[in-house]
Write a protein that binds this ligand. Structure first.
Ligand code: SF4
Length: 431
């Protein structure tokens, strides 16, 4: 099979439960219905087995006979994305803060979720709210505010802002994006911002859009524009089976070869809804977060900047990300002041005597078979001898110096201090 045909099959399998059933029962007829060519028998045997095992995502499909082209395509994409997110920050203080956020998140979620999160260092929202109003919106985006600033009115501030963010973290090429809990195509001049960002950041921001269906011509031009400037891998969010079928009828397998379909509806395979944002009011959700920024989040119309990082502490942070700092930015001087403030108060890489000490609220001390652990929804972090006593003392103290006054059985003060710093670097302590 050609790579685009395999991908079309994979998308159909994931996105359409009726196709899955039909393919299992009458493989040739199911392929013909979608004008898919090919010899179905090897694929069919694989799918029957995977279906029995509950592997509805069909992981390993590209390892099967006849799937060499798809395998090569996926490998190339993996390498490309790995390079895209292999940041090398020139600013060590920011880099160490961000690494702490990555470690912190890793101690809250399963490994594959942690591996997938790019922890983008900065994003800019171009609108306030979102026109899609998805019932499951993990960021609980409000309705779109129709007063959308024109590109020409904000260009100078926007360009100054994004070059300063890039300079602050010290990246030669900066893979920021121009949406968060907003829809990029809600801005009628999104493409102009995209081109301006590409000129400054040295690469085209990746686009994820749930409004791909509104104006086919615009969507196709956008895909061509981004591909022409070196960003082939965009994403379409697909929020219902009806939209899914519309997408496959509108765009050919070749059109969608490089476009990832993010399926967000119940009958799609492997599409969990998270109990964050509006998802908190829905049934059949699981604890999770789709937030993917460890760094600066800017809303351009609101002229607001925040320092954020993803989290699963959903009682405290119901949208799945922590807001550590926030400021209004009327001009670039305000941006400068905010960056300076974050540098002085947040991007500290080690603990000192007066550092506040607090265990993260999602971690509970628990015993299992004579061993002690810190546990939360998905993780169990084993404690070494003496560490349980440190954890118990944390409830009685305010600072590092306070804790070092206590005798911790089996550990010298130096060893206690080192353990605290290791926990700090791993995001176990509240920051
Ligand atoms: S999930 Fe995305 S597209 Fe839907 S309302 Fe939220 S931000 Fe908008």
């Amino acid at each position: 099979m050609k790579a685009e045909e395999s991908k079309r099959f994979h998308d159909l399998w994931r996105g359409d439960a009726d196709f899955r059933q039909r393919f299992l029962e009458q493989p040739e007829a199911a392929l013909q219905q979608w004008s898919m060519p090919g010899e179905a028998s090897a694929l069919h045997a694989f799918c029957v087995e995977q279906n029995k095992q509950g592997n509805l995502q069909l992981a390993g499909l590209d390892e099967q006979p006849g799937q060499q082209a798809y395998r090569a395509h996926n490998k190339e994409k993996r390498v490309w994305l790995k390079n895209l997110y292999a940041y090398e920050f020139g600013d060590h203080a920011f880099s160490s803060w961000r690494l702490r956020q990555i470690s912190r998140f890793r101690t809250q979620v399963p490994d594959d979720w942690a591996d997938r999160n790019p922890h983008i260092p900065f994003v800019v929202e171009l609108t306030n709210g979102c026109s899609l109003s998805c019932p499951f919106c993990a960021g609980a985006a409000k309705s779109l505010d129709p007063s959308i600033p024109a590109f020409t009115a904000t260009q100078s501030f926007f360009e100054g802002l994004i070059s300063r963010l890039q300079q602050k973290v010290g990246l030669q090429q900066a893979p920021g994006v121009l949406y968060f809990f907003t829809e990029p195509l809600d801005h009628p001049e999104y493409e102009q911002y995209l081109a301006a960002a590409a000129d400054i950041w040295g690469m085209v921001p990746q686009t994820t859009t749930a409004a791909w269906f509104r104006d086919e011509g615009r969507t196709r031009r956008l895909m061509k524009l981004t591909e022409g400037r070196g960003m082939p891998y965009n994403r379409f969010s697909v929020n219902s089976k009806k939209r899914f079928q519309q997408c496959l009828k509108t765009y050919s397998p070749q059109d969608l070869l490089h476009t990832q379909l993010v399926l967000n509806y119940p009958e799609a395979a492997g599409a969990p809804l998270y109990a964050s944002g509006r998802g908190r009011q829905m049934d059949n959700t699981i604890q999770g977060s789709v937030a993917c920024v460890s760094g600066f989040l800017v809303n351009l119309p609101l002229r607001r900047i925040q320092l954020v990082s993803p989290t699963l502490e959903l009682e405290r942070w119901p949208k799945g990300y922590r807001i550590l700092e926030e400021a209004s930015i009327a001009n670039l001087k305000d941006v400068e002041l905010f960056l300076q403030h974050c540098h002085e108060t947040r991007f500290n890489s080690v603990l000192h005597g007066r550092s506040p000490l607090l265990l993260r609220s999602d971690l509970q001390l628990q015993q299992d078979n004579n061993r002690w652990f810190l546990m939360n929804t998905y993780r169990r972090i084993p404690l070494r001898p003496g560490e349980k006593s440190i954890i118990e003392h944390l409830a009685k103290v305010k600072t590092v110096d306070d804790l070092l006054e206590y005798d911790i059985p089996g550990l010298s003060a130096n060893q206690v201090f080192n353990r605290l710093n290791t926990w700090w670097a791993n995001g176990i302590l509240e920051d």
